[in-house]
Design a protein around this ligand. Structure first.
Ligand code: ZN
Ligand code: FE
Ligand code: FE
Ligand code: ZN
Length: 269
């Protein structure tokens, strides 16, 4: 299969403001334009005034500067649609604070991520220390379902993140655990993303797996693409392959966002 000539927008990127990434919205825009990435969303990690994981996100009072940095990039690259986005965590008890924070902001899109249960899906130690992988995945997909039910988010980020360090379940077990979460995502009218960052993680493949993508497509869950770049050089990374993966799963369209409303466009040829 040859790679498509055009690329979809990159709707998942991080800047230096979150304390664990490099580059500014301006740097990302420069690279996006050079690479032929047709649109960009800046999606730094949302601040929590209540103090959830403060070391990996902007402070609440830094949000104005974040907005200004996106505005500056828009001014410098008027031909490139640059969306003001946020990656917002879902964890038990986050809803009230997050709902009022989001209510007061005009964002183009909100990614929803599960990074904390009572273990960290980014570093699922339990998978290596005698934890039961089926239990962990059950809890994880339950959290994804609750994320969807909350109605606070537009796109589920890195849908099968716990595979990051290489521990998988048999496809039929995975199916049983994932389908209820996918049904809740579909009911919420949310999208999922193909997140290409898995390629630089130990698992060495995109999130989600081809099977999950097929089950999502069967449920008519719309799709976006994100590099989850934590440095500008990864903008649009492996998007040609990601488009082919989407097509192989049955997708013919992907979603573009503005003001938190999705519109479907045909996938690039
Ligand atoms: Zn990050
Ligand atoms: Fe994330
Ligand atoms: Fe991210
Ligand atoms: Zn992420």
């Amino acid at each position: 299969m040859t790679l498509p000539e055009q690329l979809p927008p990159d709707y998942h990127t991080h800047t230096a403001l979150c304390g664990h990434a490099e580059g500014s919205p301006l740097d990302y825009a420069r690279l996006a334009e050079r690479r032929g990435v047709p649109a960009l969303a800046v999606t730094d990690h949302v601040p929590f005034a209540s103090g959830y994981a403060p070391q990996v996100r902007m402070e609440p009072e830094e949000y104005a500067g974040y907005q200004a940095a996106v505005a500056q990039a828009r001014q410098a690259y008027p031909e490139l649609p640059i969306l003001l986005g946020i990656e917002a965590d879902f964890f038990v008890g986050c809803e009230t604070e997050l709902a009022s924070w989001l209510e007061a902001r005009s964002l183009d899109l909100v990614l929803g991520s599960v990074h904390w249960i009572d273990w960290n899906p980014d570093h699922p130690r339990g998978l290596f220390d005698g934890g039961d992988p089926t239990r962990l995945w059950t809890d994880y997909f339950d959290m994804v379902g609750r994320l969807a039910d909350s109605g606070l988010y537009d796109i589920v980020a890195h849908l099968d993140l716990p595979k990051k360090h290489g521990v998988r379940l048999a496809v039929d077990v995975m199916r049983e655990l994932a389908l209820p979460a996918l049904d809740r995502i579909a009911a919420a009218g949310m999208s999922i993303e193909i997140n290409t960052s898995g390629i630089i993680h130990p698992i060495g493949e995109f999130y989600p797996s081809p099977e999950l993508l097929t089950w999502a497509c069967e449920r008519e869950i719309s799709l976006t693409f994100g590099s989850d770049a934590h440095f500008p050089e990864r903008v649009g990374d492996r998007f040609g392959e990601a488009v082919n993966l989407a097509k192989a799963a049955g997708y013919t369209e992907s979603a573009r966002y503005q003001g938190r409303k999705a519109t479907l466009f045909p996938l690039p040829d």
